[in-house]
Design a binder for this molecule. Structure first.
Ligand code: ADP
Ligand code: MG
Length: 279
């Protein structure tokens, strides 16, 4: 198993509901290399879950390009998407319970998640999957007897049941106390480093974001910035546009003219131009 790359450009998603359309994503361009661990940040309603569900083949893009490994998700048929979901991409939906069958034990939940892929290739033993998330001692414990942290670890085990090349996890650490949060994060980090699985993880927790090697922040359906080792950067989009960081944008009313100059050292300077009629 090796990690899958993600590549999108101009990715748009519009929800059509009862006569009015909601543009959840308005032109996302991201490249994630195989084996990378990327955190997806942004305020509520920014489009994080929509992006995750598009990558998982649960939603179809309205426009743009979306490539996961060798799969071009914009042109795939429903049976091809089914195969991709069963084998190549694991998704942990927000709310651990949504990923689990409540009356099955952890080991049977993992086995169940493997059933659609088993005809195609050899699969890891369910016990080995549970071992990877640290649930060996609870393989047969009824779900209602597990702690919230253990239930989330079980949801992660189900997400990686087929050892897919990409794990998508939507706020897997929310609603957990700090200790359980750190355990879930450590388990996902171990999966990433020991298997090379690519991971895209949605979080709104600054403590979680702080330990991730790379973060992408989306706002209003667009890429707002990227973080590397705790430092935040503006990102030039494929069309050459540059979203300003909020602390800069608030100094510059819409319509402000900026003179763009470069220095010999290669720095780029934006200088607001005083227009007539402005004080
Ligand atoms: P996030 O996960 O960042 O909170 P979402 O991807 O869930 O954001 O939502 C992005 C936007 O799309 C929001 O404005 C939300 O209200 C809207 N939205 C999400 N799901 C649906 C849906 N099923 N139908 C209509 N609008 C939706
Ligand atoms: Mg969400």
């Amino acid at each position: 198993m090796s990690g899958l790359a993600i590549s999108t450009s101009g990715l748009v998603h519009i929800y059509r509901s009862q006569g009015h359309d909601v543009a959840a994503l308005s032109g996302i361009g991201i490249t994630v290399r195989p084996g990378e661990f990327v955190g997806l940040l942004g305020p509520s309603g920014a489009g994080k879950s929509t992006l995750l569900q598009l990558c998982g083949g649960l939603l179809t893009p309205s426009a743009g390009r979306l490539q996961i490994g060798e799969h071009n998700l914009t042109t795939m048929t429903e049976p091809e998407l089914d195969r991709m979901r069963a084998r190549d991409v694991g998704i942990v939906l927000q709310g651990a319970g949504r990923n689990l069958i409540p009356y099955l034990s952890p080991v049977d939940n993992v086995r169940y998640a493997q059933r659609a892929a088993s005809r195609d290739r050899s699969l890891p033993a369910p016990e080995d999957v549970l071992d990877l998330v640290g649930l060996t001692d609870h393989a047969r414990t009824p779900l209602p007897s597990l702690t919230p942290g253990q239930i989330q670890l079980c949801a992660v085990a189900v997400g990686i049941a087929t050892f897919p090349g990409l794990l998508l996890a939507d706020e897997p650490t929310s609603q957990l106390d700090h200790r359980a949060r750190d355990e879930v994060l450590a388990a996902i980090s171990t999966i990433n480093t020991s298997t090379g699985m690519t991971v895209l993880l949605v979080t709104h927790d600054p403590d979680v974001a702080a330990v991730l090697p790379r973060t992408v922040t989306i706002r209003d359906g667009r890429i707002a910035s990227e973080g590397r080792s705790g430092e935040e950067f503006a990102v030039v989009a494929t069309d050459g546009s540059l979203p300003l960081p909020p602390h800069v944008a608030e100094l510059l009313p819409p319509g402000t003219l900026l003179r763009v100059t470069t220095t010999e050292a290669g720095d780029v300077r934006l200088s607001p131009v005083q227009q007539e009629g402005q004080s």
